[in-house]
Design a protein around this ligand. Sequence first.
Ligand code: ZN
Length: 148
Amino acid sequence: MKSVEVPPADELTAGWWAATREHRLAVQVCDSCAGVQHPPRAVCTHCGRSDRLTLQDASGGGEVDSYTVVHQAPAPNVEVPYVIARVRLDEGVVLLTRLEGREDLESWRIDERVVLDWVDLPDGRALPVFRPHSAQWLVTGPREGDAT
Ligand code: ZN
């Protein structure tokens, strides 16, 4: 992928970023109410009380919640166009990410199944991106029943 702007890890996100080095996409799970949240926070947003939150690996599957094609580079070293998306993970949380693997950037569909892939960063971390669930979709579009 082209150059991207990536924030540094901080106290809250250090564990999440560490997992990306092993290509593991983590979500925070509340030890108290089992609520799932992303991005990592200090307190559970579901029960509003517990700060006992454990990072667990996500399945890597999800659906496109919304997306937009970026034509104007946010920084001089970023290549455009590219696709920014909200992907709803199978765990129920939304991840702000990129969609890759399509030549026609406008051809993504809302609720389309996508799968996790990784783009390695120079500092050893990796960025989660998502690709079409089936390569066949590139040619034929989704089949009936693929969305489940
Ligand atoms: Zn909770």
